[in-house]
Design a protein around this ligand. Structure first.
Ligand code: NAG
Ligand code: CU
Length: 159
């Protein structure tokens, strides 16, 4: 009887702890294609949920592209801000700090206007529920899985 109660307590503990394990997701913009021209970033973003705390990684050969965070007007018309606002490392990581619409574009040549190298996303408030498994969060899922497995192992030993 005692062990049954313990089992239930442990299950309840798992239910409480699991949601807090939700990890910030790191999105590789464009997945394997990275940050480049002639890629449909709106299609890429369409089935993804971005939350405060998640990260965008813009990956590209240094000097070939860059990244500007812009407003909606600049995004629409591909207006490139002053050069000193550019991210240029080729592995630019942007942490999504606030909810709302965010716009990014490449400021090199006509990459934005002609190459479609622009990304618009909507950032949702910080999530406490486990992320619904975007392909980029393999690490987070693996860790969560490990924790669950470890917890069940503990349960099996105790019961
Ligand atoms: C958008 O950004 C551009 C360029 O940085 C600026 O000139 C413009 O005033 C901004 N528009 C709004 C609505 O903030
Ligand atoms: Cu570019």
């Amino acid at each position: 009887m005692a062990s049954k109660q313990l089992f239930i307590i442990i299950l309840a503990a798992i239910a409480v702890v699991l949601p807090t394990l939700a990890m910030a997701t790191e999105f590789m913009v464009g997945d394997d294609s990275g940050w480049t021209i002639k890629f449909d970033y709106q299609a890429w973003a369409k089935d993804k949920e971005f939350h405060v705390g998640d990260k965008l990684v813009f990956k590209y050969p240094t000097g070939v592209h860059n990244v500007f965070k812009v407003n909606g007007t600049s995004f629409k018309d591909c207006v490139v801000p002053p050069a000193n606002q550019a991210l240029t490392t080729g592995n630019d990581v942007i942490t999504l700090a606030t909810p709302g619409n965010k716009w990014y574009l490449c400021g090199i040549a006509k990459h934005c206007a002609d190459g479609g190298q622009k990304l618009a996303i909507t950032v949702l408030p910080e999530s406490t529920a486990p992320a619904p498994a975007p392909t980029d969060s393999a690490n987070g899922i693996a860790v969560s899985g490990l924790v669950v497995a470890a917890m069940f192992a503990v349960v099996m030993v105790i019961v």
